[in-house]
Design a protein around this ligand. Structure first.
Ligand code: SF4
Length: 405
């Protein structure tokens, strides 16, 4: 393996407030020079000035050339919600867990550029060998949902709970969309990680090992999955508000709740409404409605089907001809629509406002060009490294999930 200079940066992405970033969506999914991006001041600032004015075509050429030089030493992974101008370079496309598995299965690649968000790159680092380096092109590409569960707040919640109930009987479950330190916390306390495709199996497992579940960070996935298992959202779940004493709940409510749901949500999936489903059904009689389980409970109830990103793709791909209204991220829906049109199908987004995942969108091709060309020059920019202890315990939580599903 070639020795590379590692350039660590001290840029720390901001913690997003709960209802940002895309309440008022200003993003466009066409490639514009990085300097023209309206939210550039909030993105990772270290990128050299020379990348700021490059056009989409110039960036494409430079990424292609750098990539060619690196050959099989480089693997580029692209999340389903990435922009088209990034996905075109992805060796593999998938959801967060599928991509982490791809990283783990490709031990020949020295460098893995993860075009997704921070927690995904951390998971890839945990599942790859110490010789491999995972790189996140823009360190400001976080996940607003993952940021809603700050590790200190979760540790405080656990302390509060331990004053009221026997935490030996409380199983902490964290969604994949969380910091590595929280995956490690869950591993240490007898819990597991889940994804949107295996949340039901993981919750079933949890109730075989305990009486209550603390589920974070996405309240909607926890509520919708619990309901699938017959847990009444109104009486048997409660929302835990971080930074409030006892989560803002009475002691009785805590004891009566089978699932304590962290007060977190996805800023993309929270946008979907039952009114949008009613409108789609009115305008497209016979339309099939499929949504992600990060959507609010009434939206999931009003849909014909709900499931993970991979489930949604297969639902449309394998379904009969006709119209499909989809409640998930717009980049994925656009690509899916292009793919299925020749089969007599149309897939459209339930949300009329074109609004990609604003943090995923921060992986602009200029950042991909920067980190790829730096590798050619022998410099590793933006490596994502999880420390050994965190890695060990997070791996326990991930392995438990794998054993369950
Ligand atoms: S779509 Fe939602 S959960 Fe996924 S990365 Fe974006 S903000 Fe996070």
């Amino acid at each position: 393996m070639t020795e590379a200079i590692v350039v660590e940066t001290d840029f720390v992405p901001e913690i997003l407030p709960p209802n940002l970033p895309d309440e008022a969506c200003e993003t466009d999914i066409a490639t514009i020079p990085l300097a023209s991006e309206p939210h550039l001041p909030d993105w990772q600032p270290e990128i050299p000035q020379s990348y700021l004015q490059l056009s989409g075509d110039e960036l494409r050429e430079r990424i292609r050339a750098a990539r060619k030089q690196l050959g099989e030493r480089l693997l580029i992974l692209g999340h389903h919600y990435q922009r088209d101008d990034i996905i075109e370079f992805a060796d593999f496309r998938g959801d967060s867990f599928k991509l982490a598995q791809q990283a783990a299965d490709n031990s020949a690649a020295e460098y893995i550029i993860f075009c997704g968000v921070h927690f995904m790159a951390e998971s890839a680092d945990i599942l790859t060998t110490p010789e491999q380096t995972v790189i996140l092109p823009n360190l400001a590409a976080g996940c607003s949902m993952a940021d809603m569960a700050q590790p200190e707040d979760v540790y405080d919640a656990w302390d509060d709970l331990s004053e009221l109930v026997d935490t030996e009987r409380v199983i902490p479950i964290t969604y994949m969309n969380s910091a590595a330190s929280l995956k490690a916390f869950v591993g240490k306390h007898g819990g597991a990680v889940c994804t949107s495709s295996n949340a039901t199996a993981v919750l079933e497992w949890a109730f075989e090992h305990g009486d209550q579940v603390l589920f974070f960070p996405d309240q909607h996935l926890g509520r919708n999955t619990g309901k699938r298992l017959g847990i009444d959202p109104a009486t048997e779940t409660a929302v835990w508000s971080p930074r409030k004493v006892n989560g803002g709940l009475t002691e009785q409510r805590i004891r009566d709740s089978k699932i304590l749901l962290w007060q977190g949500h996805c800023s993309v999936h929270i946008r979907f409404r039952t009114e949008q489903i009613a409108k789609a059904r009115e305008e497209h009689p016979g339309v099939r409605v499929v949504v992600h389980p990060e959507c609010p409970e009434p939206v999931v109830d009003a849909a014909d089907a709900d499931g993970s990103t991979e489930f949604i793709i297969n639902y449309v791909r394998n379904g009969p001809p006709g119209a499909y209204a989809v409640g998930t991220e717009i980049n994925l829906v656009h690509r899916l629509n292009e793919e299925v049109q020749s089969d007599g199908k149309t897939a459209f987004c339930l949300d009329p406002v074109v609004c990609p995942c604003a943090t995923m969108y921060r992986i602009h091709p200029a950042y991909l060009a920067w980190v790829t060309e730096s590798l050619v020059a022998g410099r590793v920019v933006n490596p994502i490294r999880v420390d050994d202890e965190t890695r060990e315990w997070a791996r326990v939580a991930l392995d438990r999930m794998l054993a369950i599903t």
